[in-house]
Design a protein around this ligand. Structure first.
Ligand SMILES: [Zn+2]
Length: 670
């Protein structure tokens, strides 16, 4: 289904208006080095982004030695889980039980549930009857007692206890704030079974979850979904009963316990009221109260652009934790700070990451690329002064190294999965470049179609699912784009040589190399801004070959030229005036490809030739083995194809004769 983006237009107007208000500043940012003008903005963005990546990396890093790989158990469809735990945050010890109502996809007499070996299993019951089990190699195997038929709901309850293994930034963490303990979990990607018996994979979501957490007063326990009740217990404990009625990936189930200050707002989204809740450390309250106000505008903005907030019947919220970044637990982001960029990033994940979750850690870019890009959209449309510094920050990160693919080929390497340069910065630029390629209208329509696709919503998605929506909406193929930018490595390095002659004609030669051998050439639609006489004109040139020449008549004297001034593309760029460009082109007027040649050799002229052209292929002894003549005008950037099928493999020369001049190029036939 196609949808119109009236809401985007509303923000476009707003962004343009603000651009006008800030005209002088943005103008200078676009023509002078960003580092001179927007240093403070850049620093702010840099700091904010560091927080995000550091935490999303650090918090997962320590769990990798325990459980590096996701569970392979994809047979269980868990439609309801009730998790009940009790703990005193003055200790790390935890005890509890989990009851899962499941439907096997195939007949089985084995149930396999992940739980770290350092945790103890106290007992297991199926349909209220004790059963035998083994707890080996981080798995509870329940075997032999019964057959679980496919398609029939059954239930299992596991009682367990222990001190969940985890380092200071791991899946189960504790720290003291103002002498008061705080405990939080962060399971992404493999840490869930460090603290609760779970089926740790990206194949099934738990359809519905109740999470009861008993803690001593005055501690508060925070989790996914809605707080239904705080029930006093006899021993000075209270049980915080949370209920979540949306499908949830296992790594997004989380809780935090601390002596928090609680405050809330009510937001009106699409005519529905929803609570916006915050749990913060008492000493941080004042600062956070002002910062989190930004959340409301962001909720409205993302809802307008990408459809209703995915958990509208429950809540959104923040809970403060002891790491320096954030983690997008479903309906409740865990925050180390309240930086604008971080608030936007974690909120964006509620659509991209939580409503639709990447189907494998190899495609983490579907989570992190979107969250990073949506924080950029928030800057672009709500705080436009930050847009270029944000884009430039990510661009410089990407260009700082020549290699690495956005697709994660080592899906069990946590550091690689959460590589900030590739899985965040470059991933977000993939989206940005697709937007540039297919245009705003199709770009935002396609994403709305993707995020509301009933096959994907509240489930998992692959790159191909997203690609389908971009292609289906725009009618353009993105196969080569994804091949080059997602699965391969590196980026283009573009040099523009230019000269304006006395009659005003501007000649431009684009030469592209690549930073990594996995891609020979990136087709690019390159924006160019030509400055002069206190004015500027924008052009876009489609480059489809490593070397291409264009000419334009410009009616003012050119001062300078900028490539990609608004930062749409990932490329290293260099602009070099070349007063001798015509002579240089004349001395070297054509290119041949492919090299080496196969059954065809293409000859590409870099400027138009009006006189007849003779082309001869000579072998190494100078004997003419092929002759070709062109009588009509050859337009620049067109190809003449010579059939070299009959030539035997070896070294040859192409001789081109025109207007009394002759040029030769050596080539190899395979
Ligand atoms: Zn993220």
């Amino acid at each position: 289904m196609m949808m119109q983006n009236q809401h985007l237009k509303k923000y476009m107007g707003k962004a343009k208006r603000q651009f006008c208000d800030l005209f002088f500043l943005t103008f200078f940012i676009s023509i002078f080095p960003l580092s001179l003008i927007a240093d403070d903005k850049l620093k702010e963005i840099e700091r904010g982004f560091d927080y995000i990546v550091k935490s999303e990396l650090k918090t997962t890093y320590q769990t990798q030695s325990f459980l590096r790989q996701a569970s392979s158990n994809t047979n269980l469809n868990i439609h309801f889980a009730r998790l009940e735990i009790a703990l005193d945050p003055n200790e790390t010890f935890l005890k509890g039980s989990v009851t899962k109502y499941f439907i096997p996809k195939e007949n089985t007499n084995t149930l396999s549930i992940d739980l770290h070996q350092e945790m103890q299993v106290d007992s297991v019951k199926i349909n209220n009857q004790p059963v035998g089990y083994q707890h080996l190699a981080h798995k509870i195997e329940i075997t032999g007692s019964a057959t679980f038929p496919a398609g029939i709901t059954d239930s299992v309850t596991i009682w367990y206890s222990g001190e969940p293994p985890s380092g200071g930034f791991g899946s189960y963490s504790r720290e003291f704030v103002d002498n008061s303990p705080v405990i939080w979990t962060l399971s992404q990607p493999f840490g869930a079974s460090n603290w609760w018996p779970s089926v740790n994979n990206l194949a099934n979501k738990i359809d519905s979850l109740d999470f009861y957490i008993s803690v001593p007063e005055p501690f508060k326990a925070v989790s996914n979904g809605l707080l239904k009740e705080v029930k006093p217990e006899t021993n000075g404990y209270q049980t915080w009963k949370w209920s979540h009625r949306y499908p949830i990936a296992v790594y997004l189930v989380a809780f935090a316990v601390g002596d928090y200050v609680f405050f809330e707002d009510t937001v009106m989204l699409d005519g529905k009221e929803m609570p916006l809740v915050h749990y913060v450390y008492p000493s941080s309250e004042a600062g956070f109260r002002t910062q989190v106000d930004e959340t409301i505008a962001l909720l409205e903005f993302f809802s307008d652009l990408f459809g209703e907030y995915p958990f509208i019947d429950e809540k959104y919220g923040h809970v403060q934790c002891g790491f320096s970044g954030g983690m997008e637990h479903q309906t409740i982001s865990f925050m180390g700070s309240y930086d604008y960029q971080l608030i936007a990033h974690e909120l964006a994940h509620q659509w991209f990451g939580n409503k639709i979750t990447c189907a494998s850690w190899s495609e983490i870019w579907l989570n992190e690329g979107f969250a990073t890009y949506l924080a950029g959209l928030a800057y672009e449309f709500l705080k436009p002064i930050y847009r270029l510094p944000y884009q430039n920050f990510h661009l410089q990160r990407i260009l700082s190294e020549p290699d690495g693919s956005v697709y994660v080929y080592e899906a069990d390497n946590v550091q690689r999965i959460f590589n900030g340069r590739l899985s965040y910065s470059k991933a977000s630029f993939l989206l940005h470049m697709i937007r540039w390629k297919i245009g705003d209208e199709d770009f935002f329509d396609a994403i709305r179609n993707y995020i509301s696709d009933p096959q994907l919503a509240y489930g998992f998605a692959t790159t191909d699912d997203l690609k389908y929506h971009f292609e289906n909406t725009s009618g353009k193929s993105l196969s080569l784009f994804f091949e080059n930018w997602l699965y391969s490595e590196g980026h283009p390095q573009v040099t523009l040589n230019w000269h304006q002659n006395e009659s005003g004609e501007l000649t431009m030669r684009f030469v592209q190399k690549t930073s990594h051998s996995s891609v020979d050439f990136f087709p690019l639609k390159i924006p160019v801004r030509v400055f002069g006489a206190g004015d500027s004109i924008d052009y876009v040139f489609d480059t489809n070959f490593p070397e291409q020449v264009f000419a334009e008549n410009i009616n003012f004297s050119i001062d300078s030229i900028q490539l990609d001034p608004d930062i749409w593309l990932v490329m290293e760029k260099e602009v070099v005036p070349d007063p001798d460009i015509k002579n240089n082109l004349r001395a070297n007027p054509f290119r041949i490809y492919p090299v080496p040649a196969n059954d065809e050799l293409n000859v590409r002229f870099l400027f138009s030739i009006s006189e007849p052209v003779v082309m001869n292929i000579l072998d190494v002894s100078g004997r003419k083995v092929l002759a070709h003549e062109e009588q009509s005008l050859i337009l620049k950037n067109t190809d003449i194809t010579l059939n070299t099928d009959n030539l035997s493999a070896g070294v040859y020369f192409l001789e081109v004769i025109s207007g009394g001049e002759s040029f030769q190029k050596k080539f190899v036939k395979q």
